[in-house]
Structure formats: C-alpha cells, structure tokens
Design a binder for this molecule. Structure first.
Ligand code: NAD
Ligand code: MG
Length: 389
C-alpha cells in the first residue's frame, strides 16, 4: 500500500486522479486532499477515500470544512500555510494538481522533503524551473511529469540517452479557435474560449489552450524539466490530439507517443511508475481514426507561443514574470475587462517593461525572488489592463 496526497483534488486533474485511486482502494492510503471553494466535493472525497487530512486554501472556509467533516475523524485545515504543511507531510507520492503559480510553494515543499511529486502544475517549472530542479537534485526528490505531452516525452525517453536527442516536438490541438479568422478571434467570448475540441479540462487551461499560452507554458516546462535547448523544441498543430509528443534522435528516428485524449493515462502512468499497469482508458482503433494530421502553427494567430522562446532566452525570473502576467491577463479576460487577443498584448508589454530589471540569465533564483517577481508582474499587468478597459 502506498500513501498519497492530492494537492488540488477538487479540480479536473484531481478528480481524474481520484477516479483512478478509487478503483484500487487496497493500493492507496490517502494522507491529505486539498481544494479551494468546493468544500462539499473536498469533504465528500475525503470521507469516501478515508483521508487523514483535508485542507481548503480559503482561510474563510475553515468552519464549513470542519462542519462537513464532523464525526469523520478527518482533520480539517485552511489557508496557504496549511496547504504547505499538507505538502510537507510524509507520503510516498504527492500529485500537484493545483492551477497557477499557487502550486509552486506546495510542490516545492514536497521536493524539499525529498518526496516524489507527480506534477500536473506546469506553472511550478515555468516560474521556478532552475530552483525546482536544483531542489530535487539536492534532496534526491523525484518529479514525474503529468502534463500529457511531458509524460509522453518521459516515456519515449525511458532507456534513451538524452545526449542523442536532436529535437522534441510537442503537439497542440489548436484549441477552440483553430479555424477562426484573426478578426473573429478579437471578438471571442469567455464561453466560446472555455470549450475545448478534444480535452475536458479546467476552465483556465482550456482558455490557455485556445490562446496557445498553454503551449507556451509547456515549451518552457519541457526546457526546464528535460534540460533541452530551446532551439530543439518544436510545436506542431495536431487537431486529433492523439499523438501527444515526438522525440527525434540523432540517428533520424522519430518516436511518437500515441494515446487517447484522456488525462488518466498520464496520471495513471505517474501513479504506477516505475511499473506500467493496466489503465481504464480507451484503446485507439487507428483504422477507424484513419488520419493523423500535423501542421505548423501560424505565428500571427498565436503570438503567445513565440513569447516562450523570449522567456527561455531571458532566463532568470522571466518565467515567473511571464506566468504571472498571463494569469492576470486571463483573470481580466474572464472578468470581461479585456478581449481575447489583448491577453498576449498585456503579457508582452509586462515582459518588455520587466525583463531588464529581472536579472541576468542564471541569476541566483530564490523562492523570495520568484514570488516578488510574480507580485510585481501582476501589478504591472494590472496597470496595463486598466489602460485598456
Ligand atoms: P482546475 O481549475 O480544474 O483545478 C484546480 C485545483 O486547484 C482545484 O482543486 C482548486 O481548488 C485548486 N486551487 C485553485 N486555486 C488555488 C490556490 N490559490 N491555492 C490552492 N489551490 C488552488 O485545474 P485543472 O484543469 O485540473 O489543472 C490543474 C493543473 O494541471 C494546472 O496547472 C494545469 O495547467 C495542469 N494540467 C491540467 C490538465 C487537464 O486536463 N485539466 C492537463 C495538463 C495539465
Ligand atoms: Mg499538456
């Protein structure tokens, strides 16, 4: 039996994790579940799975969580400090399924205690990749990527020498607006951006998929996690979302990972690693699918994507700035304050204003410096947004 903590248990990745874990109750003992405002879901899952601890990140919701758990013997806690304490508790595996930069401290806490972190929260690596990887090296902690593309690359690379890799190709569905004209894009609504053609995910990553900010984050994530040079990373639009990533080796071989668009594959792979166990996902019938297509993304349509290479070239705190500006722009879009295409304008302007002051490539990266850059980028983004609405 393995002990497991799920950070962000009430979200899309968290619920998919619970789906898998609940099928094998004899294999998993749940140490802690954490969530946000959805107290009913958090408490119900904590009871169903027999968790020892349940934490909401919302300090004001402590009373409600405690009441929902009354008589269960499950400990209740609330607030960011309690979240970090949940992450610090020993568990064989912790899944980080929190959305946004809020996942950084809990994820880093798991690594600081030398734990194994199944990482869906790509922002952890985007904001603080060098710090995160150095922490894992120093404590002997392990990171297992759960983002589907990175899990795919991880699988393709197993048993391979990273020095033989010529290129990594990350695929993108193209999101909700793949076939829209540029004029139409400017008028896209939140509801339209919140539906994905192939994947069922949380609202924020779904909108990020439509704008390709998600792919920009994933390019940086791959650069940080696999230590691959930026010029070796490519993105291809692949509308079927069945080939999740490809790795090109120096003998000309191109190895692809093919699977259904179901996050339970990547989550299950990480849960079971280093074993490969049966998973309840669809088996693809390629003769019925018939065709897999690929094409290069149009930079004019997806300005967010190009910013990833700007971030990687700048290094240092550029990732934290980029992500925080993106989160602020996304909040403003969801709130109806700015249009869909204005998001990348906001982020680009924040980066232009802040990159020079954020320190050179390789500057010592501390958690405090990352969090300060994150805060300042949100302030700068707010200033720019207020001139737009
Ligand atoms: P979601 O919005 O569905 O769930 C987010 C979870 O984080 C919820 O449990 C929520 O309560 C919690 N949370 C939100 N704000 C928080 C805060 N400030 N502090 C602590 N907890 C907070 O998100 P999701 O779609 O499950 O995505 C989670 C992460 O996984 C993201 O980083 C996303 O990019 C990544 N990811 C998701 C998918 C997917 O299929 N959904 C695929 C690949 C990667
Ligand atoms: Mg992904």
């Amino acid at each position: 039996m393995k002990s497991l903590t799920i950070l962000g248990a009430t979200g899309s990745i968290g619920q998919n994790t619970i789906d898998l874990v609940a099928r094998e109750p004899d294999r998993w003992r749940i140490e802690a579940l954490t969530g946000g405002r959805n107290i009913k879901q958090l408490a119900a899952d904590a009871r169903r799975l027999g968790a020892r601890l349940a934490v909401t990140c919302e300090p004001g919701l402590y009373g409600r969580l405690r009441d929902e758990l009354a008589g269960s013997g499950i400990e209740a806690a609330a607030g960011p400090q309690a979240l970090a304490e949940a992450a610090a508790r020993p568990a064989d595996l912790a899944v980080s399924a929190i959305v946004g930069a809020a996942g950084l401290v809990p994820g880093l806490t798991v690594l600081q205690r030398g734990g194994t972190l199944a990482l869906a929260n790509k922002e952890t690596l985007v904001c603080a990749g060098p710090l995160v990887m150095a922490t894992a090296r120093a404590t002997g902690a392990r990171i297992l990527p759960v983002d589907s593309e990175h899990c795919a690359i991880f699988q393709v690379l197993s048993g391979e020498d990273i020095a033989t890799v010529e290129r990594v190709i990350i695929t993108a569905s193209g999101g909700a607006f793949r076939d829209w004209s540029l004029e139409q894009l400017a008028t896209a609504t939140v509801a339209q951006a919140s539906t994905h053609p192939n994947w069922a995910m949380g609202q924020r990553i779904t909108i990020d998929s439509a704008s390709m900010f998600n792919k920009a984050l994933e390019v940086i994530e791959a650069h940080q996690f696999f230590a691959i040079d930026p010029h070796r990373i490519e993105v291809l639009i692949h509308p079927q979302s069945l080939v999740h990533a490809l790795v090109g080796f120096h003998d000309g071989a191109l190895m692809a990972h093919v699977g259904p668009p179901d996050m339970r594959h990547a989550i299950g792979y990480a849960l079971n690693w280093p074993e490969r166990r049966p998973l309840p996902v669809e088996r693809l019938d390629l003769s019925r699918i018939g065709e897999l297509s690929f094409f290069a993304p149009d930079p004019a349509r997806y300005p967010a994507l190009g910013l990833a290479w700007q971030v990687m070239a700048a290094g240092g705190l550029a990732g934290a700035i980029f992500n925080a500006a993106k989160e602020a722009a996304l909040d403003a879009f969801i709130a109806g304050r700015i249009g869909f295409t204005a998001m990348s304008v906001v982020v680009e302007q924040v980066m232009d204003r802040m990159t020079p002051e954020s320190g050179p490539v390789g500057a010592a990266m501390t958690l405090d410096a990352v969090l300060a850059a994150d805060r300042l980028a949100r302030i700068r983004a707010g200033e720019i947004i207020s001139t737009m609405d």
